[in-house]
Design a protein around this ligand. Structure first.
Ligand SMILES: [Fe+2]
Ligand SMILES: [Fe+2]
Length: 168
């Protein structure tokens, strides 16, 4: 099932982001940046998978939900921009000469900002899992679903392989 396959990718992404936040909370900016880069790389690949394999199919079927493919496309664009802002903020923060209190307050501010983004992203993922993917699973024929799953699994395995190599 596509919904299960993509849910696993969403979980893998959440785990990478959680590792970034753990490091950020401890003030380990280098490590936080490393995990954020891994996350951004995988998130981008995940979106490309959806855009290449799923959105074109979703555009073709009849929708039961009120959201059509353009909404998902717009959300991808918005999420990408907001994550880029976080990367920029973290780079800025790691270059500042701050005392302990200022450092902690800046970390709190960044975590607050990330909370907004996490909410938006979570909303997007839930919409995919509860609408788009359910509809694709219900409407595409078995052979087509199988082909999509094979392609998606292979592409994602390559992406995760790169991160595992880099993460050591
Ligand atoms: Fe998506
Ligand atoms: Fe997704």
């Amino acid at each position: 099932m596509l919904v299960k396959l993509i849910h696993q990718q969403h979980l893998a992404l959440q785990e990478l982001f959680a590792r970034h936040q753990e490091a950020l909370l401890q003030g380990h900016f280098d490590i936080a940046d490393e995990w954020l880069q891994h996350f951004a790389y995988c998130q981008k690949a995940h979106m490309q998978i959806e855009e290449a394999y799923l959105f074109p199919e979703f555009a073709k079927i009849e929708h039961k939900s009120k959201w059509d493919v353009s909404l998902y496309v717009k959300e991808h664009a918005k999420i990408k921009i907001l994550f880029q802002n976080i990367i920029n903020d973290l780079n800025w923060l790691s270059e500042q000469e701050l005392n302990e209190s200022q450092r902690r307050r800046n970390i709190i501010a960044l975590l607050d900002k990330e909370k907004t983004l996490k909410g938006l992203n979570q909303h997007h993922e839930e919409r995919e899992e509860e609408a788009m993917l359910i509809e694709l699973d219900a409407q595409l024929d078995a052979r087509q679903l199988k082909e999509l799953q094979v392609d998606i699994k292979m592409t994602w395995a390559e992406v995760m392989g790169v991160v595992k190599d880099k993460a050591g």
